[in-house]
Write a protein that binds this ligand. Structure first.
Ligand code: SME
Length: 150
């Protein structure tokens, strides 16, 4: 599927899935399936000052709760900006989840300027994420925000 087809599919899921958790579970599976470079795909939701792991596909991670001042995940949520890290081993903020991971993208999910959570994706390929991935995932984040907020 191209990016627009993925977005259409997620748009239908937002009406057919009964709640945010089931929508998030469907969306992480869809992204993992449609983009083989996305080796670990998950969503963290903000609870107080911590990001709490929600639905994900990939190897289990030790980072099920991440304070806002830690990790690439914490940095993206604190600034509300998408972060793309081409080489995770060169970024001192990086919290390792799997030894194979080489690059990462984190896209905040926001509603009316408030961060609700984020989409976190790891790849075993270096520099796996381009502006097309950013465009896709920022559009996905907007669709998810509606469901998480309501
Ligand atoms: N790498 C992230 C932690 C989450 S795991 O990748 C699933 C970070 O540096 O915040």
């Amino acid at each position: 599927m191209d990016n627009l087809e993925i977005l259409d599919c997620i748009r239908s899921l937002t009406s057919s899935e009964p709640d945010a958790t089931s929508l998030l579970a469907e969306v992480v599976s869809l992204l993992r399936r449609e983009r083989p470079r996305y080796h670990w795909v998950g969503v963290y939701l903000l609870e107080g000052d911590e990001l709490v792991l929600g639905p994900y596909v990939g190897k289990p991670t030790p980072h099920t709760r991440i304070p806002l001042n830690q990790g690439i995940c914490g940095a993206a949520a604190s600034t509300g900006q998408t972060l793309i890290v081409d080489d995770v081993n060169a970024d001192p903020r990086y919290l390792a989840c799997s030894l194979e991971t080489r690059s990462e993208i984190v896209v905040p999910i926001q509603h009316q300027g408030r961060v609700l959570g984020e989409i976190d994706i790891d790849s075993d390929q270096p520099a796996a994420f381009t502006h097309q991935d950013r465009d896709l995932l920022e559009a996905v984040a907007i669709l998810l925000a509606e469901k998480i907020y309501h």
